[in-house]
Design a binder for this molecule. Structure first.
Ligand code: NAX
Length: 328
């Protein structure tokens, strides 16, 4: 089988270090699809990246068909068919979210242009680096050669966190929890909705009768989980973030399991009255051929509507903060 070219930025960072060995070992594209890894890092981090390269070789995975390490975006994205944009500047101490957005906007503008010039026209891109929805919006605005439907932001970690909370609460296996939707931004305003979710085939609200838990602590726990991990570990989620990026890309390429949904941040075409272009978390079903169908016929209830409106408003504010940096 023809190898697939996979680019990963920030590959020597915490998420990258957890992510690239699993891609190399077949976790995304399956045990029969060889991969060529094209890894991008900042120049001062190239030596650490060389260490990652040596470790990847030492895993000796049968699916690894090549590794290229570089500090040049065009080389990393050259003919890439799957692209993980992980590298970003972390939020500095006391730094405002809007300043971080502008700092990172520069990175995603440059990388969007490089993807446009160098990547395969059918490349699928996931943006992990925060603020991932708006970074995705910036990058895609500079890449007119790559169709909008090929761009995405990662809300999968939120979906996995929500499923795990529901499984723990009901002492059921996580595989029993289906159709967990993450609406909006990957931030503390996101709306993790159980309205259409099921546990063992039954509506969540029929299985979990503790309304206060569902409406208050469940939502807060999912929204604040990233902060709770930083408080406990002294560092942000890395293994679970890498795992979520793998789940996101695997389902995009190979399909959503039957009866379930994949929550993905995708560019709005006007769905659910979200302003066109905003990259917004919605439930989808991935067909297994690199395309997905947005679940379009849901009606959010009175509880969910204002929560969705709030997170969409935040996405609009983030877009407005970088409007001058957007391409055509
Ligand atoms: P690290 O700081 O450990 O690693 C980031 C790496 O990116 C560094 O090695 C750095 O040298 C590299 N880098 C920075 N600018 C670059 C550029 N222009 N080109 C190439 N490489 C570049 O952070 P890590 O913990 O790996 O997190 C990476 C990003 O993921 C952060 O923005 C973080 O906020 C975000 N996250 C997103 C999540 C999500 O669910 N969407 C969850 C986890 C994580 O918080």
């Amino acid at each position: 089988m023809e190898p697939i070219r996979v680019a990963v930025t920030g590959a020597a960072g915490a998420i990258g270090y957890a992510l690239v060995p699993r891609i190399a070992c077949g976790a995304v594209f399956g045990p029969d699809r060889p991969v060529i890894l094209q890894l991008l890092e900042l120049t001062p981090v190239l030596s650490a990246l060389e260490g990652v390269r040596m470790e990847l070789e030492d895993c000796a995975p049968s699916t690894l068909a090549g590794i290229e390490c570089t500090d040049k975006a065009e080389e990393a994205f050259d003919r890439a068919q799957a692209i993980f944009l992980v590298g970003a500047k972390p939020r500095g101490k006391g730094q405002e979210r809007k300043d971080l957005i502008r700092d990172n906007a520069g990175i995603f503008k440059v990388q969007g242009k490089a993807i446009n010039d160098a990547a395969s026209r059918d490349a699928r891109v996931i943006v992990v680096g925060n603020p991932c929805n708006t970074n995705c919006l910036i990058a895609m605005s500079h890449a007119p050669n790559i169709p909008a439907a090929n761009w995405s932001a990662m809300v999968r970690l939120d979906q996995n966190r929500a499923k795990a909370q529901l499984a723990n609460k009901t002492s059921r296996p996580v595989s029993d929890v289906k159709k967990m939707a993450i609406w909006g931004n990957h931030s503390a305003t996101q709306y993790p909705s159980v309205q259409h979710a099921t546990i063992g085939g039954r509506a969540v609200r029929d299985v979990v009768t503790d309304k206060e838990w569902l409406d208050e602590s469940f939502i807060k726990t999912v929204q604040q989980r990233g902060k709770a991990i930083i408080d406990a570990r002294g560092a942000s989620s890395a293994t679970s973030a890498a795992n979520a990026a793998i789940d996101h890309m695997r389902e995009w390429f190979l399909g959503t399991p039957n009866g379930d949904w994949s929550s993905i941040g995708v560019p709005s075409d006007g769905f659910y009255d979200v302003p066109e272009g905003l990259v917004c978390g919605v439930p989808t079903v991935c067909r297994g051929d690199g395309t997905y169908d947005i679940i379009r016929d849901l009606e959010l209830d009175d509880f969910g509507r204002p929560l969705f409106a709030k997170t969409v408003k935040e996405l609009e504010e983030e877009r407005d903060a970088v409007r001058d940096l957007l391409g055509s």
